[in-house]
Ligand binder design. Sequence first.
Ligand SMILES: Cc1cc2nc3c(=O)[nH]c(=O)nc-3n(C[C@H](O)[C@H](O)[C@H](O)COP(=O)(O)OP(=O)(O)OC[C@H]3O[C@@H](n4cnc5c(N)ncnc54)[C@H](O)[C@@H]3O)c2cc1C
Ligand code: SF4
Ligand code: SF4
Length: 378
Amino acid sequence: MAKRLSSQKLLKNNVLDAQLCTGCGACVSLCPYQAIYNDRTVQLHYCDLTDGKCHAYCPRTPTDFESLRELLFDTKDLTPEIGAVKAYYLTRAADSEIRSVAQHGGTVTALMELALNEGMIDAAIVSSGNQEYLRYGTVAADKNTLCKNAGVKFTVSPMAAAFNQFTRHEKGNAGVVAAPCQALALAKMKLNQDKNEAKRINQLQFVIGLYCGWALSAEKFSELLAKKYIRMDAIRRMDIPAGKNILELHTANGIREIPLDEAQACTREACNYCIDSTAEYADVSVGAARFAGTTEEQRGWNQLIVRTRKGIELIDLAAKKGFLEIKDAPQESLRDLKKAALEKKKTALANITRKSGSAKNLLYLDNRDVLLRRILGV
Ligand SMILES: Cc1cc2nc3c(=O)[nH]c(=O)nc-3n(C[C@H](O)[C@H](O)[C@H](O)COP(=O)(O)OP(=O)(O)OC[C@H]3O[C@@H](n4cnc5c(N)ncnc54)[C@H](O)[C@@H]3O)c2cc1C
Ligand code: SF4
Ligand code: SF4
C-alpha cells in the first residue's frame, strides 16, 4: 500500500507551493515547524504526522462547508452570495474618539471595547505592524491599545497565528478581528477540534470579520512604494474611497494617491482564488458603508452583517450600552453588496478553474457543495 503523505507535505504541495497560502497563520504556533517569515508561511523542519492540525485548520485545504454552516448558522439565514444574514445595518462607534482613529465608523474597535468592558473577553486580538509594513496579531486589553491599533493596512496580518499563540500561553477568552480567510480558518478549528484542542479553541468567544476584496503582498507593495519615493513607515492608514479608482495613503504629510490598478498589481497571489469578500464564517462582518452621500459621510460609517446568535447578543448589547449608533441600511446597499460579492466569487472560480485545468477540479473547494452549485448555476 502506498505510504500516506504527511499533513505537512500535503500543505506544502497543495497550498504553499501552489501559491494558495493566504498567510492566515492557522498552521503557525501549533508546533515549532511552521513559521511566518516576512509575510510568507514557511516550513522549518520535516514532520511526518498524518493527522496534523496545520492541514485540518488551513482555509485552503478541503473543507466540509455544509457541516461548518450547520455548526455555526441557522440554515434559514444562508444566502449564496454573502453567507448567513440575520440582520444588516449601518453602524458607527458612538465614541467620537474611536471614530477619529478608526478606518471607517470604528464599529470593530467599539465592539471590542464593549466586549472587554463587559467581561465577555479578556483579550481582543487585533492587528499591529512594524515599519517594514509587516503585520502581526497582538492582544489588546484596554481602549488605549485598541485605539492605537485601529485603522487598516491592506497587507496580510496572520490573525489565526495570534489566536494560536494567545491560547498556548493564556487561559482567558478572546475575540478576534479576522479577514475572511482567517475567519474560515478559525471556524475550521471549531469544526475539526479534537478533545486535546477543545479547551483552547473554546477560548474563542467570537470573530469580527472584515470585508476583504484583496490583500497586498508586502514585498510587491514595498517595491511599488520605493518607485514612488513613498516611505513605508510614513503611512498610517490606507483606504479606497467610494467611487474612486485610487488607493489613498494617509501619511503625516497628507494623503498620497496611487492608481488602483497599480496597487492591485501588488495583490497577493492567493487572493485571486478567494471566493469570500464578507467574512462569511465570522459572527459579525464589518465593511465600508455605501449609501447616497459624500465620500466623507460614507467614510464615517460601516456596513455590518450579523450572522450568528453570538453576533446578535453582541450587537444588542452594543445598542443597549450605547456603544454603537445603529440604523437600517438602505435595501439597495444589500443588493449592491450581494452583486459585488457574487462578482468576486465568479472571478475566483474562473481563476481556480484556469489554474486546475478543469471545471471539475476546484482545488480547495468542493464542486458538490450546495451553495457553490447555486453560484455556478448547476
Ligand atoms: C486586507 C483588507 C482588505 C479590505 N478590503 C475591504 C473591501 O474591499 N471593502 C470593504 O468594505 N472593506 C474592506 N476592508 C475592511 C475595512 O477596511 C475596515 O476594516 C472595516 O470597514 C472596519 O472598519 P472600522 O472603522 O470598524 O475599523 P476599526 O475600528 O479601525 O478597526 C479595524 C480593525 O482591523 C484591524 N486590522 C488592521 N489591519 C488589519 C489587517 N491587515 N488584517 C486584519 N485586521 C486588521 C485593526 O487592528 C483593528 O482592530 C478590508 C480590510 C483589510 C484588512
Ligand atoms: S493555514 Fe494559513 S498560513 Fe498556513 S498554509 Fe494554510 S493558508 Fe497558509
Ligand atoms: S482576498 Fe481572501 S485570501 Fe486574500 S486576504 Fe482577503 S480573505 Fe484572505
